[in-house]
Design a protein around this ligand. Structure first.
Ligand code: HXC
Length: 257
């Protein structure tokens, strides 16, 4: 059986994961989410991996949760759905996650993409939460992360009409940071990830955590968290190295210590 998730690297600190169920437009079934969870475990414990890129195919990043699998589950089946643990595993991932989207990015696919720290997309990308067309609603963060990313009016329109938005609209709304030609999307995501991978990993991890956690806190709590994280970095060799390198006009060599 062909592999449903391809893993390459790490190269220059970056690992690339490619969703690979072309026959179902990368619909996220349990097996694919389980494979993704396993790869996140590997990436997280590997010190050589400093950033991760997740992509799909040129036709689809992912067209949603696997509808056939979902149809076979009743309410008890949904409560016991093992995919919930895999979604939670992605939420716990601690390294920078760059998402490179081409084509359809719908339903659970959009919910996966929105778990990324940075999203970039090809000109052919379409983002949407079409669950309403199936008589259901987003269930893996779609109603929550989308509103935080694009604001209530656009999130409401997407969730209640089920209509997708273009890459251009997603850029204007702040859902993604860049648009490129579809054949360059992965290259561009890898370049961003490589830049991040060249920085001090402790600083990257704490800065990332500060941005992510702060989004769910009030400003005073977020500022406190930031100050603590900033202060902790004063104990690292990487901070000493970074400041020394600047003063000696050379490139820093970060060790992750
Ligand atoms: C299972 C899927 C699928 C999906 C596409 N396929 N999306 N299979 N689950 N989500 C399959 C099709 O059945 C078809 O298989 C093959 O992929 C190609 O798709 P087509 O429909 O023939 O392609 P096209 O005409 O180009 O249309 C593309 C599309 C359409 C617009 C993306 O496939 C579509 O509407 N898909 C469903 C999108 C969706 O509703 N997503 C939300 C799912 S619910 P065959 O065997 O016929 O060739 C969800 C809830 C998340 O995500 C909740 C998490 C807890």
């Amino acid at each position: 059986m062909p592999q449903i998730l391809l893993s390459e690297g790490p190269n220059n600190g970056v690992r690339l994961l490619t969703l690979n169920r072309p026959e179902a437009l990368n619909a996220l079934n349990t097996a694919l989410l389980e494979a993704l969870s396993e790869q996140l475990d590997i990436a997280e414990t590997d010190p050589e991996t400093r950033a991760l890129v997740i992509t799909g195919s040129e036709r689809a990043f992912a067209a949603g949760a696997d509808i056939n699998e979902m149809a076979s589950r009743d309410v008890v089946g949904m409560l016991e759905d093992p995919r919930v643990q895999h979604w939670a595993r992605i939420d716990r991932f601690v390294k920078p996650l760059i998402i490179a989207v081409n084509g359809f990015c719908l339903g659970g696919g959009c919910e996966l993409a929105m778990r990324g720290d940075i999203l970039i997309a090809g000109t052919n990308a379409q983002f949407g939460q079409p669950e309403i067309n199936l008589g259901i609603m987003p269930g893996a963060g779609g109603t929550q992360r989308l509103v935080r990313a694009v604001g209530q009016s656009l999130a409401m329109q997407m969730v209640l009409t089920g209509e997708a938005i273009s890459a251009q609209r997603a850029l204007a709304a702040g859902l993604i940071t860049e648009i490129c030609q579809p054949e360059l999307t992965i290259e561009r995501a890898m370049a961003i990830a490589t830049t991040i991978a060249s920085k001090g990993p402790l600083a990257v991890q704490l800065a990332r955590e500060s941005v992510r956690r702060g989004a769910d806190m009030d400003l005073a709590a977020g500022l406190r968290f930031e100050r603590h994280a900033f202060t902790i970095l004063a104990a690292t060799e990487d901070r000493r190295e970074g400041l020394n390198a600047f003063r000696n006009k050379r490139k820093p060599q970060f060790s992750g210590r």
